[in-house]
Write a protein that binds this ligand. Structure first.
Ligand code: CTP
Length: 400
């Protein structure tokens, strides 16, 4: 997404400047071209040599370097995004008032590209009315702020004002400036992860689904311009983009309830959750104790609602529904049967027989089969990459 984006970073004097080394590394790794300008005081916190080495570009500080003039206008025009990070209270005040006493400020005042800033200061400075006024002024000029975080500050205090982490800054830039358009203006509902069916207060019936595939599909859909709702069972995963609306559920019945609320709003439903087919007939309120004399114990289960089949029956005329099939044998035959009986538009076949594919792995191998007769087999690759292929497949289906 950041491939070939030209990003100009302006570093100001703040302890958080050391994090910019990692930011430059991440941006370059993501394919961006990076140049750096820094203020004189920023050099106290991070070495220009390290930044030059990582960005592969000369780091500029002054309006004139030895006998050459640093063309601030050209720098501002070169950049697709100008990111001021960390943004100190001092540079914030200069930006609010248009003070031009260094190269960074000259670039800011002449930049024609979007300007983004990641403030970093102690909580008392951050909460000062003058800072608040300056923030309101620069956001009024169109500068986008990457929100500060709450945490350990350079002073040793804990509070608000910590600069966002480099990964968060990268995701912010992608989210605001690099989204594609394959699913623009579409609302996508994705379900992910396992369901847990409680037996008693300490035990449940679950499965090995990690949620990785569903989370990757939610993020890939978002990065192609969709408005995304993710309903997920218990997982340890975190979303990279907080614009994705996440709804946490535990049981198949809770998933059903949420799907009934959210699916009518969706243009595309991608049912990736590994839903329990059966749930205990009753959940006992107290822990079940083992019977001393019995070696066997029986648990009565009832069938859960097949949510995908229900969504298929209730499908809205404009809606596109994709299901997943996890098979251990007769893979193709079983998937086709699910595609037809659940009355959906396409099904993604995962086979547990493929090495490195399916539950818990970071990679997967799939075949997507559409009711229109199209099918595509995608060989083993990271789930994040497969998710992009799935989004592309759906977008082609919608265009057909
Ligand atoms: N699914 C669902 N509700 C259920 C069970 C499954 O919505 N109660 C959905 C899954 O999210 C998946 C698809 O149905 O998209 C197929 O799930 P899978 O477990 O492969 O098949 P089942 O329909 O449950 O059939 P079986 O377990 O017999 O293979």
């Amino acid at each position: 997404m950041l491939r070939e984006k030209k990003i100009l970073i302006g570093i100001t004097g703040s302890v958080a400047a050391y994090k910019i080394i990692n930011l430059v590394r991440l941006l370059v790794k993501a394919g961006a071209e990076v140049k750096v300008v820094m203020t004189a005081s920023a050099k106290n916190f991070v070495s220009p040599l390290v930044l030059e080495t990582l960005s592969k570009n000369v780091v500029l500080e002054n309006l004139s370097e030895s006998s050459t003039w640093a063309n601030h206008v050209a720098l501002g025009r070169w950049a697709d995004i100008f990111l001021v990070a960390p943004l100190s209270a001092n540079t914030l005040a200069k930006m609010a008032n248009g003070i031009c006493d260094n190269l960074l400020m000259a670039v800011y005042l002449s930049a024609t590209c979007p300007v983004v800033a990641a403030p970093a200061m102690d909580e008392d400075m951050w909460l000062h009315p003058a800072t608040k006024r300056n923030v309101a002024l620069i956001t009024g000029y169109g500068v986008q702020l990457i929100p500060v975080e709450n945490g350990e500050l350079a002073s040793g205090l804990i509070g608000e004002g910590r600069m966002a982490e480099p990964e968060t800054m990268v995701n912010f830039l992608i989210s605001h400036y690099c989204r594609g358009t394959l699913l623009k203006d579409k609302t996508v509902l994705v379900t992910a992860g396992p369901t847990y069916e409680p037996i008693d207060p300490v035990r449940f019936i679950g499965n090995h689904a990690s949620g990785k595939m569903g989370f990757a599909i939610a993020e890939a859909s978002y990065l192609e311009g969709a408005n995304v709702i993710l309903i997920t069972g218990p997982t340890a995963l975190h979303l990279s983009y907080n614009a994705i609306r996440k709804i946490a559920i535990t049981t198949a019945n809770e998933l059903l309830e949420q799907c009934m609320i959210e699916a009518p709003k969706a243009d595309i439903v991608i049912m990736n959750a590994a839903v329990a087919d059966y749930t205990p007939l009753e959940k006992t309120p107290q822990k079940i104790k083992k019977e001393k004399s019995e070696t066997k114990w029986q648990l009565s289960l009832v069938k859960t609602t097949d949510i995908l089949a229900l969504l298929g029956r209730q499908k809205l005329p404009h809606q596109y529904i994709m299901g997943f099939a996890l098979e251990t044998e007769h893979e193709l035959k079983n998937s086709l049967e699910k595609l037809n009986t659940k009355k959906i538009d396409s099904i993604v076949l995962n086979s547990l027989n493929d090495a490195q594919a399916g539950f818990g792995h970071d990679t997967n191998q799939i075949t997507i089969i559409s009711k229109n007769g199209h099918s595509e087999t995608i060989t083993l690759k990271p789930k994040t990459e497969l998710a992009k292929d799935i989004v592309l497949f759906i977008s082609k289906e919608l265009d057909a």
